[in-house]
Structures are given as structure tokens and as C-alpha cells.
Design a protein around this ligand. Structure first.
Ligand code: ZN
Length: 179
């Protein structure tokens, strides 16, 4: 079961058992189907669900048509990836509490769903708050919703995550019904 797998990853990182039981966040489940995207900014292969990839491709083309450049920095990442990322930071001497303020615990990253993307543009360093000052961000704020993408972590978000203007998630109508 997915939840048991997540629990094991938490135990291995020293995350208390209660974290999974009592979290107010929704568990982010990995999809059954993923397709390859174009290479990301770093030339790495990325994956998304077929629906999210279609929506992203249409959105990116529409931005290009408006003279705006926006590209993928990251997309699907599984729970094991998230575990390894956090384990590496613990190894560097950071506290779990510190890490969980900026990195979701395994099972709680929207990137597990294959519907979340981290986006970048030419005139901004990757994954920086300054992304909010770019033309790409202004364009996304105005247009992303019509392609089904929402900014998951605006300032002061309920989940208590740090502000991430670069992180957008495709919410398929089916998923909204399930929630
Ligand atoms: Zn993200």
C-alpha cells in the first residue's frame, strides 16, 4: 500500500509517526501513467501525466505566441526521490524541522502526482522568489487558470509552505471531484 511505503520512508528519515497520521495536507499519490516531456532547462528528461503534459504543452505554446518564454525546471518526482533529497540535507547537518519548512515530506509533494511543474524563464535564476517579477509570471497569473494550472503555494498558503511563485499544478476536473 502507498501509505505503508510512505510510512517506511518517514521512519527512515526520523519523521515522527504522527506526521503521516495527523497531517492536514492531502497525501499526494503517484499516478499509474506518465509520459516523457521535452527536456527541461538542464537537459534532463522529465515526466508528467498525459493530461498534465497536454495542458502544459498548450500553455507553453500560448505563452510563446504572446512572446513569453516559460520552460520546465522540474516535473514528476517520486516519494523515494523526496526521501533521498531530505536524507542528503540531513547528512549536511540541517535539522529535520528546518528542512520540512521548505521541502515537503515524502508523500506530500505535489510533484508525486505527475501534475505539478516548476517553471522558469530566461531572466531569472531557477526557483527564486524573484520569478514573481518576470513577464512569465505575470503571464501565468493571467492565463494559467484557463489551461487548468493553479499556483499551489501563494503567500500565506494554508499548508504553511514557503511561497513558491514558480510551482504550478494541473488540477484535472476528475481530481477535483475526488477531493
Ligand atoms: Zn515544485
Amino acid at each position: 500500500m502507498y501509505k505503508e511505503r510512505i510510512q517506511k520512508l518517514h521512519v527512515s528519515l526520523g519523521i515522527p509517526k504522527e506526521y503521516l497520521e495527523h497531517s492536514k495536507q492531502l497525501l499526494c499519490v503517484e499516478p499509474t501513467q506518465l509520459v516523457s516531456t521535452e527536456p527541461d532547462f538542464y537537459g534532463r528528461r522529465q515526466r508528467l501525466t498525459p493530461e498534465a503534459f497536454d495542458a502544459w504543452s498548450n500553455m507553453k505554446q500560448s505563452a510563446i505566441n504572446d512572446g513569453v518564454t516559460v520552460f520546465l525546471i522540474s516535473a514528476f518526482r517520486d516519494a523515494q526521490y523526496q526521501h533521498d533529497l531530505i536524507a542528503r540535507k540531513i547528512g549536511e547537518g540541517r535539522s529535520l524541522e528546518q528542512i520540512l519548512r521548505v521541502n515537503a515530506a515524502p508523500g506530500f509533494s505535489e510533484h508525486h502526482t505527475g501534475r505539478a511543474v516548476d517553471l522558469g524563464t530566461h531572466d531569472c535564476d531557477a526557483l527564486e522568489e524573484a520569478f514573481e517579477q518576470t513577464d512569465a509570471f505575470v503571464w501565468l497569473k493571467r492565463n494559467a487558470k484557463s489551461f487548468g494550472f493553479v499556483m499551489s503555494y501563494p503567500r500565506g498558503n494554508a499548508a504553511g509552505f514557503a511561497y513558491e511563485p514558480w510551482h504550478w499544478c494541473f488540477e484535472s476536473p476528475a481530481t477535483e471531484k475526488e477531493i
